[in-house]
Ligand binder design. Structure first.
Ligand code: RNT
Ligand code: ZN
Length: 412
C-alpha cells in the first residue's frame, strides 16, 4: 500500500476524505506579499524603510530591480503549491524613462508590467497604498496629520490606489483587495488622542468618496497596537478600524502581529465573521513583538486555519502573507512562510470538525481533548506530500533554493 493510501485509510476512520481536502486546498488563493524579496524597499524612492516597521539582516542577493523581484517571485511560485495571488505595494510602481511621478499621481500605466506578470501566470493582484518610506510622511503622520497639505497628498495617493486596484480587478477578472495601513502614531503620551483619529476618519471618508465597483475592489483597513517609535499611541487602533469598517461597509484586516502578545487572532476570527461579509488576514509571526518573522507551522497558524475551515469560511476570508526576514535566504523565507500557511490549511481540512463540535455540544470535553491530541499524530505528512506531488512541487525545496542562490542570487 502506498503511504498516501495508508494515510487515507487512517483519516477515513474519522470520516475525513483526504482527496477532497487536497482538492479544496488547491483552490484557496493565498496572496503572496512581494515585499519579502527586497526588504520592503520598493522602487519609487531611494530612502530607507520607515513607518515603525523594520527588516533586520543583510543576507546577500536582495532583489533590487523589478526584473529581479519578478524572477525571484517566479522561483517561489515554483516551490509553493496551490493557487496564488500577487500582493503589491504602491512603492513597487515601475517607471519607464521620463514617466516618474510622485505617489499622489501614480496611475495604472505604472503597474502595467505587474499586470502582465500576474496575467501571464493566471493570477489576481491585491494592492496596498504605501503610506511610509516617503518625505511626505511628516512627524510620523500621514492621513491624520494636522498639516492639510500632508493629508491632501496622502488622500490623493489613496484615491489613485483605488483606481489602480479597480484596473487590476478588471484586467485580471479577479477582485482586488486594497489594504490601507498607516503608520501614524506617537512615541510618547499624546495630549490629543481624538484629533488625529478624527482627521484619519475624515481622510478615509474622502478617499472612499471616489466611485468604484465594490464587487471588484474590497477596501480593507488594518489596525495596529504599536510601531517602533510609536509605542504609546497609534491612530489606527483596533477599535478605530473595527468601528470604521462597520459603519462604512468596508472590510476589516487583522494582522496577527498587531495585538498585545497574549491576544490571538484565531480567537477574533469568529466574531469578525459574524459581523462582516468578508474578513482579511495578514499572516505573520511576531516573536515577542510585531517582528514579522517567517510564518511557520506553529500552533497559532494552525489555529487560525482551523477557525476559517471550521466556520466554513474559506470563501469569506482573504488570506495574505506579511513578513520580512533579511537575515536568511529570501527565497527560502518566502517559500517556508507560504508553505506553512498551506500546511496549516491542509491540517484544518483534515480535521473532523463536525465530530469535534458535537463533542463540545455534548459536553464531552474529555473525549474532545483526547481527539485533539490524536489528530496531532495522524499521518499528515503523507497527505502533504501527495498534495505537492499533484501540484508538481518538490518536497525538498532547500536544494532548489541553494541552486538558485548559486546560479542567480550570488551573482547580484
Ligand atoms: C505593518 C503592517 C503592514 C506592512 C506592509 C508592508 O505593521 O503589517 O501590513 O507590513 O504593508
Ligand atoms: Zn500587515
Amino acid at each position: 500500500m502506498s503511504n498516501y493510501n495508508y494515510a487515507k485509510e487512517k483519516y477515513a476512520k474519522y470520516g475525513v476524505d483526504c482527496d477532497k481536502a487536497i482538492e479544496v486546498l488547491k483552490n484557496v488563493p493565498i496572496s503572496m506579499h512581494c515585499w519579502q524579496g527586497d526588504d520592503v524597499l520598493g522602487f519609487d524612492t531611494e530612502g530607507a524603510l520607515t513607518g515603525g516597521i523594520q527588516t533586520t539582516g543583510n543576507y546577500p542577493g536582495r532583489a533590487t530591480t523589478p526584473a529581479e523581484l519578478m524572477a525571484d517571485m517566479d522561483k517561489v511560485f515554483s516551490l509553493v503549491p496551490g493557487k496564488k495571488k500577487v500582493n503589491l505595494h504602491a512603492c513597487y510602481a515601475i517607471f519607464e524613462d521620463g514617466n516618474r511621478v510622485d505617489r499622489d499621481k501614480i496611475a495604472p500605466e505604472h503597474f502595467k508590467k505587474w499586470l502582465d506578470f500576474a496575467k501571464e501566470r493566471g493570477m489576481g493582484i491585491d494592492f496596498n497604498p504605501t503610506f511610509f518610506s516617503h518625505p511626505m510622511v511628516k512627524d510620523n503622520l500621514t492621513l491624520s496629520s494636522p498639516d492639510e497639505n500632508v493629508r491632501k497628498f496622502w488622500i490623493e495617493h489613496g484615491k489613485r490606489c483605488i483606481e489602480i486596484s479597480q484596473y487590476f480587478a478588471e484586467e485580471t477578472g479577479v477582485p482586488c483587495v486594497m489594504n490601507i495601513w498607516i503608520p501614524d502614531g506617537f512615541k510618547d503620551i499624546p495630549a490629543d488622542r481624538l484629533g488625529p483619529r478624527k482627521r484619519f476618519k475624515e481622510s478615509l471618508d474622502e478617499i472612499l468618496s471616489i466611485p468604484f465597483d465594490k464587487s471588484k475592489v474590497y477596501i480593507t483597513i488594518e489596525s495596529k497596537v504599536f510601531g517602533i517609535g510609536m509605542e504609546s499611541y497609534t491612530v489606527g487602533s483596533a477599535e478605530f478600524c473595527m468601528n470604521y469598517v462597520n459603519t462604512n461597509g468596508i472590510t476589516p484586516l487583522m494582522d496577527n502581529g498587531h495585538y498585545h502578545p497574549t491576544e490571538v487572532v484565531s480567537d477574533k476570527i469568529s466574531s469578525m465573521l459574524l459581523f462582516n461579509e468578508k474578513v482579511a488576514l495578514h499572516v505573520t509571526r511576531g516573536v515577542r513583538w510585531d517582528s514579522d518573522h517567517v510564518v511557520l507551522l506553529d500552533d497559532e497558524t494552525k489555529e487560525i486555519a482551523k477557525e476559517i475551515v471550521a466556520a466554513d469560511a474559506l470563501d469569506r476570508v482573504f488570506i495574505a502573507t506579511d513578513y520580512f526576514d533579511a537575515s536568511i535566504n529570501r527565497i527560502s523565507a518566502w517559500t517556508t512562510g507560504m508553505r506553512s500557511v498551506q500546511k496549516a490549511l491542509l491540517a484544518a481540512l483534515l480535521t473532523p470538525h463536525k465530530m469535534m463540535k458535537d463533542l463540545q455540544d455534548e459536553n464531552n470535553l474529555t473525549k474532545l481533548m483526547v481527539m485533539n491530541e490524536e489528530m496531532k499524530t495522524m499521518p499528515f505528512g503523507e497527505v502533504w506530500e501527495e498534495y505537492l506531488k499533484q501540484e508538481n512541487v518538490p518536497c525538498d525545496y532547500y536544494a532548489e533554493v541553494v541552486k538558485y542562490e548559486e546560479e542567480v542570487l550570488s551573482k547580484r
